[in-house]
Design a protein around this ligand. Structure first.
Ligand code: T5A
Ligand code: NA
Length: 214
């Protein structure tokens, strides 16, 4: 393992119940067992004051106007942006469970004329840009059969179908350059192995920790 001047920024993305948190935990362990210092984060971070508002909204305990909740999700990332940047500079590999990709796609999936992918992306400009985003792809029907589906706000078949379409639309933009698709409909171990391969590809030469651009 060659020494890195900076750590890599890795994101795990996908539909609800695609297995992100399961794979996020395994990836952190795998990277640690390679001898790397790892910092693990997730969005939404439900522990901050903004995160608590998001949590109440997702659980149906409070209402938010669609643009407002979008900006709260984005603000929740900006709260952590400085921490992410310093960790990378200190040589930590930062692994995040959901990031701005979810932020953009879930809001745009509401299909409001004034809530386009572009509108949704603008508040994210300037956040640390990932070296790689592994997108766990799964058919919404398969995801819906996994544990606890349907508990939170966006866990309906119509919403998940639209979210998946928009993830593919996003892959056709500059964000797509960072995305690697992994078939998440297989066993936990098969998905894990695929993720390690995708991540190892970029680990040797992480990019220059650039911010997201317009
Ligand atoms: N959101 C999020 C926005 O709208 N804007 C934003 O900016 C952000 C960041 C909450 C919601 O917020 C939205 C998106 C979401 O709708 P969350 O807190 O990440 O986001 O959601 P969670 O409920 O924590 O996570 P998910 O529902 O997305 O589940 P995961 O993490 O994808 O799946 P996981 O690993 O918990 O697994 C789910 C179940 O499947 C099993 C697991 O054991 C578990 O029971 N499983 C498998 N079963 C079979 N085969 C496999 N390969 C399996 N892998 C896991
Ligand atoms: Na999760």
């Amino acid at each position: 393992m060659p020494p890195l001047s900076r750590g890599a920024l890795i994101v795990i993305e996908g539909l609800d119940r695609a297995g992100k948190s399961t794979q996020h935990a395994r990836l952190c362990q795998n990277l640690e067992s390679q001898g790397r210092r790892v910092k693990s984060l997730r969005f939404p971070d439900r522990t901050t004051p903004i995160g608590k508002s998001i949590d109440a909204y997702l659980r149906g305990e409070s209402q938010q106007e669609d643009h407002v909740i979008h900006l709260l999700f984005s603000a929740n990332r900006w709260e952590a942006a400085g921490q992410i940047r310093s960790a990378i500079e200190e040589g930590f590999t930062v692994v995040i469970d959901r990031y701005h990709y979810s932020g953009i796609v879930y809001s745009a999936a509401k299909d409001k004329v004034d809530l386009s992918l572009k509108w949704a992306r603008d508040p994210e400009i300037g956040l640390p840009r990932p070296d790689v985003c592994v997108f766990l792809d799964i058919a919404p029907e398969v995801a819906a059969k996994r544990g606890n589906f349907g508990r939170e706000k966006y866990e309906t078949s119509a919403m998940q179908k639209r979210v998946r379409e928009l993830f593919y639309e996003l892959m056709g933009t500059s964000d797509g350059l960072d995305i690697r698709v992994v078939d998440a409909g297989r066993s936990v171990e098969e998905v894990e192995q695929d993720i390690i391969e995708r991540v190892n590809d970029v680990m040797e030469q992480p990019k220059m920790a650039k911010p997201l651009t317009a």
